[in-house]
Write a protein that binds this ligand. Sequence first.
Ligand SMILES: [Zn+2]
Length: 134
Amino acid sequence: MNVLNRKNRKSISKLLESISKPARIQILLAIGEDEACVCHLEAVLGYRQAYISQHLMSLREANILDTRRAGRFVFYRLSDIRILELIQEAGAIAGIPEKDLQPVNRIEKYSNCGCPSCQPLIQVEPMADQFELS
Ligand SMILES: [Zn+2]
């Protein structure tokens, strides 16, 4: 039998610990295979933005989430898609129906969210000043 060394035990423990809070499980499941900004998660989940930001920061520090900045938006993405599978497997073991464990991120658009996914027209403003009229 292969006994885990202390370092490896700690790595696994730290990973599970960093995703183990109910709010973080919900946030990660909401992001799913896609990416989402804070305002979008706020619209999807109905949590306060400060509350979501706090968890996003912790998940980022634990290398569970990667970020991408685009203009005034910061998008969060799972650093490893197996994290989603891990949560879904844990949910299945806990007896939760598969349909309740699906990512909810991009299913619908939210009128109260200003992200490019919900308000795509924001991103395609005509660039009228590019053409010089002589
Ligand atoms: Zn949105």
